[in-house]
Design a protein around this ligand. Structure first.
Ligand code: CA
Ligand code: CA
Ligand code: CA
Length: 435
């Protein structure tokens, strides 16, 4: 594979050796679906009928406390024996809760009793009225109050008590208040148990699977661990052999992104299995899931590079991981503001030239105006001189407020008279020209 950042990859390998970050997804029994999980992809289908039954381990014909609990996928209700694909809701011997019975397991074809009580009640830790990751979920296998009670089955772990463990006196969650989050959920009701790929879930809001609920939703509770490869799991991959698509290297591009700037993550994957197929890559940044995507379908030994874009980060150290391959890198200082591009520079330059031209034109107008002013000033001077030679008028104050008084501002009258004389002279000149 062509490697664009050999030194960086070498550093990654060292970092991975020094501080391996295990990110293998745990999609087992009792885990709650989170938004970035890959089981958002498969389309759910409702599973009916399902029955909550007990294996009559002691053969007394009744369900006793501690007898294994099975989710039977066969009909009629609990009237058939355990069958391959039934799901263990509690452990049976060395078989763990949340696993499917296989045809050659020792608990196949055992007598079932039931149905057991199947109220689904939540421990709504954040009091938002919904089941979300972090909340608890209990199956009240025996009739009892809406609080955690002996004989109830944990479907989600609580304080060290695993999913599939029956509550007994002294447990840390004993007597905690439970709530009915979706109007009387029963595990055996339609639309509660559903399947996506080969995984089984509890639909915690009771929405109609396939109509209102068309994806695996946040908070839904897994009751059968997910097949390791969701694409192969859905029958899309080659049947011969098994694909094993792994992340082989990750690198940021650039190696040290600038603060606040989005950057790329280059993820190299390789199929190390013996069958064609696809894998799934979850990228986390500083521990937070940021992206989950499938790889292309790869033949055995084939490789591919995925490119994921990440948002800008503050300057400083950061940790990146793709599946189980992790790397530390450093976000550099923010990039300096870029100077103008050649096009921007030309546009600015043209603008300056244009403004200089405007100034030149304005200067021409100013020059012409000054010439006119000078000419007018000369004419005013000439008129004043002409007026001074004419006989001064000693006007009576007809136009003055002090009628009868001699005008004491002869200069003004002199100028007026001068203008009048000049007009007379102009008029005479014109008449002469016409003659
Ligand atoms: Ca029994
Ligand atoms: Ca909640
Ligand atoms: Ca739902």
């Amino acid at each position: 594979m062509r490697n664009l950042y050999p030194m960086w990859i070498a550093a990654l390998a060292l970092a991975a050796l020094a501080s391996p970050v295990a990110l293998a997804a745990n999609y087992g029994f009792g885990t709650e679906v989170a938004k970035a999980d890959y089981d958002y992809t498969p389309v759910p289908t409702a599973v009916t009928p399902v029955s909550v039954c007990a294996i009559d381990d002691n053969g007394d014909g009744v369900a006793n406390a501690g007898e294994p609990v099975v989710l039977s996928l066969k009909s009629p209700v609990c009237a058939v024996k355990t069958t391959a694909k039934d799901i263990r809701l509690s452990s049976y011997g060395s078989f763990k809760a949340g696993t499917a019975i296989r045809a050659d397991d020792s608990d196949v074809s055992l007598t079932l009793i039931g149905p057991l009580n199947d109220n689904l009640w939540a421990l709504d830790v954040d009091l938002d009225g919904k089941v979300k990751p972090g909340d608890g979920l209990y199956l009240a296998l025996v009739a009892g109050p809406m609080k955690v009670s002996a004989g109830y089955l944990r479907l989600v772990p609580y304080d060290g008590k695993p999913a599939g463990a029956i509550v007994v006196a002294g447990d840390p969650d004993m007597n905690l208040a439970l709530v009915d989050v979706a109007g009387g959920l029963h595990l055996m009701a339609a639309n509660i148990v559903y399947k996506a790929g080969s995984a089984y879930y509890i639909n915690v809001d009771g929405g109609a699977i396939g109509t209102t609920d068309t994806v695996v939703e946040e908070g839904d509770v897994r009751i059968l661990e997910k097949a390791p490869n969701p694409w192969a799991d859905q029958g899309g991959a080659a049947k011969a052999g098994k694909p094993d698509v792994q992340v082989t290297a990750i690198a940021t591009d650039p190696a040290s992104p600038a603060a606040g700037a989005a950057f790329r993550v280059l993820i190299d994957v390789a199929n190390k299995g013996d069958g064609a197929g696809a894998g799934l890559v979850t990228t986390t940044l500083n521990g937070a899931p940021m992206d989950t995507r499938g790889t292309p379908t790869l033949d055995p030994a084939a490789t591919a590079r995925l490119v994921v874009t990440m948002p800008g980060l503050p300057a400083g150290p950061a940790t990146l991981a793709a599946n189980a391959v992790a790397a530390n890198f450093t976000v550099g200082p923010a990039a300096a503001a870029p100077g103008p591009s050649a096009a921007e520079f030309k546009a600015l330059s043209d603008k300056v030239i244009g403004m200089a031209g405007d100034v030149w034109v304005a200067n021409q107008h100013i020059g012409a105006a000054e010439t006119k002013i000078t000419a007018l000033e000369g004419r005013v001077t000439a008129l004043e001189q002409a007026g001074a030679k004419a006989q001064p008028l000693t006007t009576q104050g007809a136009a003055s407020s002090d009628a009868g008084a001699t005008n004491t501002v002869p200069g003004a009258d002199t100028a007026l008279a001068g203008l009048a004389v000049a007009d007379v002279a102009l008029a005479a000149g014109l008449r002469r020209r016409k003659a």
